[in-house]
Design a protein around this ligand. Structure first.
Ligand code: ZN
Length: 338
């Protein structure tokens, strides 16, 4: 098989690799139909996270089951399946509580920018569609496997309620999906913080009611102008930098909530400031598996179309260009076709 391997910052290559094999009876092998490059893949690509030895990349996937281990009964060869970036047995105590991304048997996917992928915990991780959907639904289903599931969790963690005001910090694919989620969960006013015109347009198409282009404390001041001087009920932090987290915490009203899903890099939180702000804070890797059935349904019924975040489609063998386009912000998100 062939897949993407990162060697050094800025150096992703498409290489021939060993075919994955069933290692555990709970594994499945899928043939990817679509996969993609994630904003979080840019951390090592930009040298902001250590790479170590060259290794495969990718954690988002829609595929067809090629082979299933003896203990996998929920999916069978030939079915189209969607899974999460974090595998889960869906039976342990954490999974039963709805925190599948903290499964006691969790493994993070990291080899998905390839034509064949081994899925550990396949029984609990993969969700098959009832019928094989049309190609037009594949980008949306692929978004569900990570960015849409993550945006959905950000809105839930920020406790978006019908009629509430939500702020979305970050205009990457997760932030844009966060706009979709805030709208679906009933927010009446959705303020997207973005200074990039194509992303602003998509945010408005997804349901944003206001755009704020200012950043930092100026951005916070604009949010307060729009919210009776107190800040928003819910803030979705979808970046993971010190600046974006500060902006998110300062944009929430007393008693409001921040959902943070950008993987924090060099972020510290001032406990005393948080204490006096009365702002609630919850984050982490989204338990995407919990939302898969519902989100797959929302995509297949045409109610949401998060697939629009993919504004560049390339053959898988041009994965290096896919990284470069996202790094240079020429693309929001690159879809790859094996
Ligand atoms: Zn579990």
């Amino acid at each position: 098989m062939r897949g993407a391997v990162i060697h050094a910052p800025g150096d992703v290559r498409f290489e021939t690799l060993d075919d994955p094999k069933i290692l555990q009876p709970t594994d499945a092998i899928i043939r990817t139909v679509v996969t993609c490059v994630c904003g979080s893949d840019l951390w090592p690509y930009r040298g902001l996270e250590p790479i170590g030895d060259p290794h495969p990349m990718g954690h988002e996937y829609v595929g067809v089951v090629e082979e299933a281990g003896d203990e996998v009964t929920s999916v069978r060869p030939g079915q189209l399946v969607v899974g999460s970036f974090a595998t889960s047995d869906n039976t342990c105590a954490n999974c039963r509580n709805g925190w599948q991304s903290n499964c006691l048997h969790r493994e993070f996917m990291s080899t998905c920018q390839a034509d064949l992928v081994r899925i550990p915990n396949a029984e609990g991780t993969l969700v098959a569609t009832e019928e094989t959907p049309g190609d037009e639904f594949l980008p949306g289903l692929l978004a569900v496997s990570d960015v849409m599931g993550t945006g959905w969790y950000a809105a839930l963690a920020a406790e978006v309620r019908p009629g509430s005001t939500a702020v979305v910090v970050g205009d990457g694919a997760v932030g844009l999906c966060g706009v979709i989620a805030a709208k679906e969960q009933g927010a009446e006013r959705i303020i997207a913080m973005s200074r990039h015109e194509p992303r602003q347009k998509l945010a408005l198409e997804f349901g944003a009611t206001d755009i704020v282009t200012e950043r930092g404390e100026e951005g916070v001041a604009r949010i307060k102008d729009l919210t009776e001087g107190i800040g928003a009920d819910s803030v979705l932090e979808c970046v993971g930098t010190a600046e974006s987290m500060r902006q998110a915490l300062h944009s929430a009203r007393p008693g409001g909530n921040v959902g943070f899903v950008g993987v924090p890099h060099d972020v510290t939180i001032d406990a005393q400031e948080l204490f006096f702000s009365h702002v609630g804070l919850r984050g982490g890797p989204a338990p995407v598996r919990r939302y898969l059935p519902e989100l797959i349904d929302l995509v297949l019924t045409g109610r949401i179309d998060p697939g629009k975040v993919f504004d560049l489609t390339l053959p898988l063998d041009q994965v290096a260009e896919g990284y470069q386009a996202m790094d240079e912000r020429r693309a929001i998100k690159t879809l790859l076709k094996p």
